[in-house]
Design a protein around this ligand. Structure first.
Ligand code: TXA
Ligand code: MG
Length: 328
C-alpha cells in the first residue's frame, strides 16, 4: 500500500493516476488525496473516499506555469504571487477555463491552483503529465494528515495507494487567496503565507477572511466551515498564556496542551503535553495535527489546548484550533 518516493514508486503512482485511480501524496503542507483533475470520474473517487460533500471544491496542483495557464484565465496578480511564493504553500483562486470539470470546482466559475514545493509531488505531477486535484487526505471534517501513517490510519482501504514522502515540513494547509476579482483580493484561509506578505507582493490590500461565514458563503469556501479539522475528543480552546486552565472538578482524564514546554510547577491532576519545546510557531504548526491525532487515540475525556500568540503563523494555528474546538 505504501509506494516509495523513488523513481519506480513515482512511475507506479503516475500510472495509477493516468489510469483514473486515486493516490495519497505528500506535499510540504499536508498529505493530499490526488486524482487527475481533468478526469471527472477519477475526481469523483476522491469525494467518495473522503465522504466529502460535492459542494466543497478541490485544489488543483500544477508543476509549472504552463499547466496553470491551461486551467485558469490570465492574471497579472497570479504572476506576481507565483514569482514570490511558488512553488510553495499558497493557493490562488482564479476564473477557470472550460477544461476544468465542474465537479472539481463545485460548479463555481473559479478554480483553486497551487504549485507545491515538495520534490516528490512536483516530480509526480510532471511524470503524470496532468494537473492533480487533491484535498487533504483525511475523512471529511477530521484532522488533516501530516505523515503517510496518518493517511493509512484514518482512510484505511479507502486510500489503497499512499506515496510516502516523509513528514510534512509546514504541517498546516496552504494559505488560500481569492484573485477572481482583482479589485477585491480576499484571504479565504490563513496559512503559512501571511496576509502582510501577500499585500507586500501585490501592492494592494488583502481583505480578511470573513470570521463567521453564513451558509451561502460557506458553500463557496467550505474549508471555512466552522467545524473542520476536528478530533473526536472534545477540544476546548484556552487563551494564549493561561496555562490552558481546566475548571476544578472537570470529570475524567484530561489532556492539557501548551504551545511550549510549561514551566514548573505544573497544575496536577491533568496530563501535560506541548506542541513544541520552544513554542516557535513553525514548530507548533509542524506538530499540531500529529499531536491532536495522537491525543484523540488516547481516550481522554477532553483536550484543553492553549491558543498561539496572535499574528503571522499564529493566526493560521488559531484558525485550525478554533475549528477543531467548534461545537458539533
Ligand atoms: O495545503 C493544502 O492546500 C492541501 C494540500 C493537499 O495541497 N490541500 C487542502 O485541500 O487543504 P482541502 O480540500 O482540504 O481544502 C480546499 C479548500 C476548500 O475546502 C475550499 O475552501 C477552497 O479550498 N477552495 C477550493 N476551490 C475553491 C474555489 N474555486 N473557490 C473558493 N475556495 C475554493
Ligand atoms: Mg481539508
Amino acid at each position: 500500500m505504501f509506494l516509495a518516493p523513488d523513481e519506480s514508486g513515482l512511475r507506479d503512482a503516475a500510472k495509477l493516476l493516468r489510469d483514473g485511480e486515486i493516490v495519497a501524496v505528500p506535499t510540504e503542507t499536508v498529505y493530499g488525496l490526488a486524482a487527475n483533475a481533468l478526469d471527472a470520474a477519477a475526481v469523483r473517487k476522491i469525494f467518495e473516499a473522503k465522504g466529502r460533500p460535492f459542494i466543497d471544491p478541490l485544489i488543483v496542483h500544477v508543476c509549472d506555469m504552463a499547466m496553470a495557464e491551461r486551467l485558469a484565465e490570465p492574471s497579472p496578480q497570479l504572476e506576481r504571487l507565483a514569482l514570490r511564493f511558488w512553488p510553495g504553500p499558497l493557493t490562488v483562486v482564479l476564473r477557470k477555463r472550460a477544461v476544468v470539470p465542474d465537479l472539481v470546482t463545485a460548479g463555481e466559475p473559479t478554480v483553486a491552483l497551487r504549485m507545491p514545493a515538495h520534490p516528490v509531488m512536483r516530480r509526480l505531477i510532471a511524470l503524470a503529465g496532468v494537473p492533480l486535484a487533491a484535498p487533504s487526505a483525511n475523512p471529511f471534517g477530521y484532522v488533516s494528515p501530516t505523515t503517510a501513517a496518518h493517511v493509512r490510519d484514518s482512510l484505511g482501504a479507502r486510500a489503497p495507494h499512499i506515496l510516502d514522502g516523509g513528514p510534512c515540513a509546514h504541517g498546516l494547509e496552504s494559505t488560500i487567496v481569492n484573485l477572481a476579482d482583482p479589485a477585491g483580493v480576499r484571504l479565504l484561509r490563513p496559512g503559512p503565507v501571511s496576509p502582510a506578505e501577500l499585500e507586500a507582493a501585490l501592492g494592494v490590500p488583502v481583505l480578511p477572511a470573513p470570521s463567521h461565514m453564513d451558509q451561502k458563503a460557506a458553500q463557496a469556501a467550505p474549508g471555512m466551515l466552522d467545524r473542520h479539522y476536528s478530533p473526536n475528543t472534545p477540544l476546548i480552546l484556552r487563551t494564549a498564556g493561561t496555562m490552558a486552565q481546566v475548571p476544578p472538578g472537570y470529570p475524567g482524564r484530561v489532556a492539557v496542551v501548551h504551545q511550549a514546554r510549561p514551566a514548573d510547577p505544573r497544575p496536577k491532576g491533568v496530563e501535560h503535553f506541548w506542541f513544541s519545546e520552544s513554542g516557535a510557531p513553525e514548530e507548533v504548526a509542524r506538530s499540531l495535527f500529529a499531536l491532536l491525532r495522537h491525543l484523540d487515540s488516547q481516550n481522554f475525556a477532553a483536550i484543553f489546548a492553549e491558543a498561539a500568540p496572535e499574528g503571522g503563523l499564529g493566526d493560521a494555528i488559531n484558525d485550525r484550533l478554533k475549528r477543531a474546538a467548534a461545537k458539533r
